[in-house]
Design a protein around this ligand. Structure first.
Ligand SMILES: *Cc1c(COP(=O)(O)O)cnc(C)c1O
Length: 456
């Protein structure tokens, strides 16, 4: 029999109480950062020979450290791409941790991976990809993009005439920074079509026609964006997909942020052509209400991903015996050991039903429309462009870039809101503007009004 350690029981209860308070509280605060030196002065040495004790360390967390974080699910956190994990998902994140599941191989993680796959099936169904398409959960959009790009490059290199070539991909300047960063990782060049607005097939074709023969030989993939991070712009996936088919190029759609909107009937048509993709990135930790971290990469032909990513090792062979046969997530993305990070999403989908997801995503879209209307009615601000998905870019008339920065810090310091400026490009000029990105369905019209009022 185990000796029951009362301290441990108490600490477990404390932690559970904290978690319950946190996810059920409607009054979470926007924390503000402190310098590392200030935090050190507050908490002192925490890593010692004998340990400072769980209760003491937890107190430090509650008193000082937790307060310097910005909760991504605060209804007035509209900066970058915020998030709003469901209660069911957060609670099951605790269960996922407590269950200690190795999510690389079916043999060890069958039940967890089964659940992940149920959730994945729903996501894949939203894309309209044909039967056989499937995906796997990753640590985020960056890892999903990398996994897809590796698959594309390896597939291209199967042909001997490309073996010695350095690859080239085309995307637009509206694409997320991770595309360029991951191109560095796999040592391929990136050609950026010069538009932050919608990329159309015609521009892509023109760009391809402008390549030298050698560049054309090196070109193996095109990355379009299904909802740019900055402005929510969806490239013309249909015409881009057609060009990729004609030119025999891998067509990747990065819908890390926008992918959730595939579930929204009101905007689903904007993604027409996504079903032509060879691979798609969607981040459940953005607009599918999963806790961090949870991305997804989906392949039209998962066998190609398996060829690119399957890891061999003599010590791994035993995992592949009878009965252990099943879906091995490690075969389809860059990671070996992995958390079953799709498990919280599965539980939340199962508990809430997909209709609730559709409604919550529609609410984000609606909030962007509401913000658009409030901005048009307000004489001190104006829209930079029509709201797109749940992103709204607008300017405060008469403001210089430093006014936006000052305003952001002031609101953040007060613990009132986090709304960050961004840059929008017209021709060759970059204008600093303000930006909302709505994810949390609990954001209200009053929240938006109050934020606009703080610009007076
Ligand atoms: C956020 C984002 C990424 C990066 O995803 P992470 O989960 O932060 O790694 C990639 N592409 C797009 C379009 C994004 O919005």
């Amino acid at each position: 029999m185990h000796k029951i350690d009362m301290d441990l029981v108490e600490m477990t209860l404390d932690v559970m109480k904290y978690a319950i308070d946190r996810i059920s509280s409607s009054k979470i605060k926007i924390g503000k950062p402190k310098k590392a030196e200030e935090l050190k002065a507050l908490v002192g040495e925490t890593i010692t020979d004998k340990g400072v004790g769980g209760e003491y360390a937890f107190d430090l967390w509650k008193k000082y450290l937790s307060k310097t974080n910005v909760p991504v699910d605060h209804p007035r956190n509209l900066a970058f791409v915020p998030a709003a994990p469901t209660r069911a998902a957060v609670m099951f994140d605790l269960v996922t941790s407590a269950s200690s599941i190795h999510g690389a191989y079916w043999m060890e993680g069958a039940g967890g991976i089964f659940c992940e796959n149920e959730a994945m099936q729903w996501i894949v169904s939203l894309t309209g990809l044909p039967k056989g398409a499937f995906g796997v959960f990753t640590s985020g959009g960056t890892a999903a993009n990398l996994s897809a790009m590796v698959t594309a490059r390896e597939h291209w290199r199967e042909n001997d005439i490309f073996k010695r070539e350095k690859g080239l991909i085309i995307t637009s300047i509206g694409a997320h920074s991770s595309i360029k960063a991951m191109a560095k990782v796999i040592d391929v060049d990136v050609l950026l079509v010069d538009t932050e607005d919608v990329l159309h097939g015609a521009e892509l074709k023109q760009t391809i026609e402008g390549l030298t023969d050698h560049e054309r030989k090196r070109l193996f993939a095109v990355v379009a964006t299904g909802g740019t991070t900055n402005a929510g712009i969806i490239d013309d996936l249909n015409t881009i997909g057609t060009i990729c088919t004609q030119e025999n190029l891998w067509f990747h759609v990065d819908a890390a942020y926008g992918g959730g909107a595939l579930a929204a009937n009101s905007v689903r048509h904007l993604f027409k052509g996504i079903e032509k993709a060879d691979s798609i990135t969607i981040d459940p930790h953005k607009w599918m209400f999963s806790p961090y971290d949870c991305g997804a990469v989906i392949y039209r032909n998962p066998e190609l991903a398996k060829k690119a990513h399957s890891q061999e090792g003599s010590y791994l062979d035993i995992f592949k015996d009878e009965g252990a046969h099943g879906f091995n997530p490690t075969d389809y993305q860059i990671q070996l050991t992995r958390r079953v990070r799709g498990l919280p999403l599965w539980f939340s989908l199962a508990a809430n039903g997909t209709d609730k997801y559709k409604e919550a995503i529609e609410r984000g879209l609606e909030l962007a429309q509401i913000a658009g209307r409030l901005i048009e009615e307000n004489p001190i601000v104006e829209l930079v462009r029509e709201p797109s998905l749940s992103c709204v870019l607008y300017r405060r008339i008469g403001w210089e870039p430093e006014d936006y920065t000052h305003w952001t810090y002031k609101n953040h310091k007060k613990g009132f809101a986090l709304v960050a400026p961004t840059k929008w490009r017209t021709g060759n000029t970059f204008e600093t503007v303000s930006r909302f990105c709505f994810i949390n369905p609990d954001t209200t019209e009053d929240d938006i009004n109050a934020i606009l009022k703080s610009m007076e």
